[in-house]
Design a protein around this ligand. Structure first.
Ligand code: URA
Length: 206
């Protein structure tokens, strides 16, 4: 990815993204958001984080509160972060799609294409050393965007592995993970996610 030097700070650049998303009428999800008094979910955490976690799209709780991963899947994510000694404030958490798709359906390719430039800008602002992708949509998007789309296969084969890509700010490590929601009703997935989080802890990105 090429980086545009900006002469205003990370907070201001992130705020500009929020302001644009608030009035993002080009999105087919905009009307659904406003009708339901939902918020766009920009992201949460440190703008200087060494690691970003990128999910899919907000669910109902997230859209109501304007915060990523604050529902049931978020409780699992919190537990996984705690298991490796991290708190939300140590990382940056966001999604590809910033508005809730109706009925929690999967985001469409058009929605991903529409919202992805905002995610690209967030990645450039934070310049993380590692990105943990949560689920197949963010894994496929981020790896493709980072120029290693040829390595994308099933999430069942990629989870917990570390893929290296080059950016303007140096090498970046992409760690695909299962989406935490898969662990809600499946104890063995919870264990797999815990083991995969150990991979994050093992590296010196933090
Ligand atoms: N699932 C996601 O992918 N993102 C959220 O913010 C919440 C649930």
């Amino acid at each position: 990815m090429s980086d545009t030097p900006a002469n205003y700070d990370r907070f201001e650049r992130m705020k500009a993204i929020r302001d644009e998303l608030l009035t993002f009428k080009e999105s087919p999800l905009y009307e659904y958001r406003t009708q339901n008094h939902y918020f766009p979910v920009i992201g949460e955490g440190s703008h200087h984080a060494h690691i970003m976690f990128i999910g899919e799209a907000p669910g109902e709780n997230e859209a109501k509160q304007g915060r990523p991963f604050c529902g049931a899947a978020g409780r699992i994510l919190d537990e996984l972060l705690t298991s490796i000694g991290l708190q939300r404030k140590d990382v940056y958490i966001t999604n590809i799609v910033k508005d809730r798709p109706p009925e929690n359906r999967d985001p469409t390719p058009e929605e991903i294409a529409l919202y992805a430039p905002f995610l690209d800008r967030q990645i450039k602002i934070i310049q993380p050393k590692a990105i943990a992708t949560l689920g197949r949509f963010s894994t496929a998007y981020v790896m493709d965007r980072m120029g290693i789309g040829d390595k994308v296969t099933q999430i069942s084969a990629m989870h917990g592995h570390c893929y290296i890509a080059q950016t303007d700010w140096g090498e970046i490590n992409i760690v695909p993970l299962y989406h935490p929601a898969v662990a809600l009703y499946n104890g063995s997935m919870r264990e797999t996610l815990k083991e995969d989080f150990q991979v994050i802890q093992l590296h010196s990105w933090l």
